[in-house]
Ligand binder design. Sequence first.
Ligand SMILES: Nc1ncnc2c1ncn2[C@@H]1O[C@H](COP(=O)(O)OP(=O)(O)OP(=O)(O)O)[C@@H](O)[C@H]1O
Length: 584
Amino acid sequence: MNILIDLGWFFKQRKKQYIIGIVTLIFVALLQVLPPKIIGYIVDDVTSGSLTSEQLTKWLVILAVSGVLMYIFRNIWRVMIYGSSIVLARTIRKQLYDHFLKMSPAFYQKRRVGDLMAHATNDVSAVQQTAGMGVLTLFDSLSTGGFVILTMALTISWKLTLIALIPIPLMIVMTRFYGKLLRKHFRTAQEAFSSMNDKTQESISGVKVIKTFGQQEEDIKDFQQLSEEVVEKNMRVARVDALFDPTIGGIFAVSTILSFIFGTRFILAGEMTIGDMVAFSTFLGLLTWPMLAFGFLFNIVERGNASYTRIRNLLSVDPEVQDVEEAIDERPKGELKVDIDSFTFPDDSKPALQDIHFSLKQGETLGIVGKTGSGKTAILKLLLREFDDYSGLITFGGHSIQHYRQQRLRESIGYVPQDHFLFSTTLAENIAFANPTVQMEEIRLAARLAHIDEDIQEFSEGYKTIVGERGVSLSGGQKQRISIARALLMKPELLILDDSLSAVDAKTEEAILRSLKETRHGETTIITSHRLSAIQHAHNIIVMEQGRIVESGTHTELMALDGAYKEMYDLQQLEASVEQGGEA
Ligand SMILES: Nc1ncnc2c1ncn2[C@@H]1O[C@H](COP(=O)(O)OP(=O)(O)OP(=O)(O)O)[C@@H](O)[C@H]1O
């Protein structure tokens, strides 16, 4: 029952609705007691031959009125209690969503998307059940059961009532035991569901790779195996589930047998009338639901418990990167100074960056080059505050980047990542992602600067063309340029192109770089690239090797050094001339 206490914060929020719901529920329970009592009276009056038509009408009117009231009250409690449980699901889903958005990439590196989705769907619905059906069954079983038992004891025979209740403690013990078992199995079933969810997500996202490598059959086998596990673990849950009803039914049967044996004796002894016995057995029938509900209650509550524990475990993970107290609430602007002594990725053993020192005045362009895995993106990740755990200091506009509100820092940086992500919406909305209210003219201007406007005009619906599964498929270069337009639209103080021109041809690359140079006068730019043509005109270029800066300077200075940069340059020139020769 812990979960009902753990959800106390929500019950407090919806106090009014729950009170109305529970009070009407209790009224219904009270009203339910009337019909058997009335039937008992009618039976006795019929047996004694004293029933008048007036009396019969009176009883029938009472029955009809209580029926109408029960109809109204049942409706009210459903709206109040079930309605609140839907609000709870929405609240928890929002808590999870807010939490997901607060978390840094390190969090996602450790967790699987399918698992996170399972938390936001299956687990939330199990908790919703607890706040709806769970609360209902708790109060319904207690109030209906309580009133029925009290009426039986006080108006018919307390002795027979006690006899009928003899097997109840056994029922409580058994349902508690099943409840514990159920919680354990339900948790493992939810974990299996998470894994299957994850597999489905991964297979659908990676379907092209799976097909290209002819791995469909293997993938189907993997999926089947996970699916089998889900079935097997849910079967365990179902097996425990299946124990509740027969146990309760069995115990109820014992109660009925006991009350018939002893009821007949009491009638023969003159302690009870036949009408009393008829009423008593109807009351016993009314106890079926509270008893079953009691079983349901354990069932629902234990599922809710397991799911709420999973959700709370997830919510209790603090974001690695957080705003400091009284963080600067302004967009940083000005000189960028990077002094990183050392940085190691979480769970990694050797540093990814060491002794990285450079500065960049406002309006300047920095080029970062180096072999794959040399640490170019790692520097950018620290600038974006994806990780805070490094020794050294990065300042932007004279303050440590860790002293700005993260939101402000991110607003001032237009980051075009290597792996582009476009949403399944229109091209215009994809470009205006960071500022959805922006005018179409500005969207087009950004697209023109990124040299994607012409391509977009060629699509049948222009800027309204939908991207992704439901719409047009874009080439790698087109996606890159849309991502660049998206970043440019933010009018960032610092534009970062992380190898973002790799999929466009040399001519388009040059045109984009020229537009950037012409339009971004006072703003700073960082470009990482394998292709030296992209950074050749930068004010400063750093050459990375195994997480360290091995050379730095302008293109001319670096060429004069005759080191790693010159070697890369010569190699790329050679490649270019071979390609040209090949084409000729
Ligand atoms: N999240 C991470 N966790 C652990 N190690 C990482 C992580 N990201 C990158 N690395 C490692 O850090 C090193 C530097 O990677 P980085 O992505 O900065 O290289 P890069 O120069 O940008 O390469 P590329 O040009 O291929 O993008 C690599 O050895 C890489 O394996």
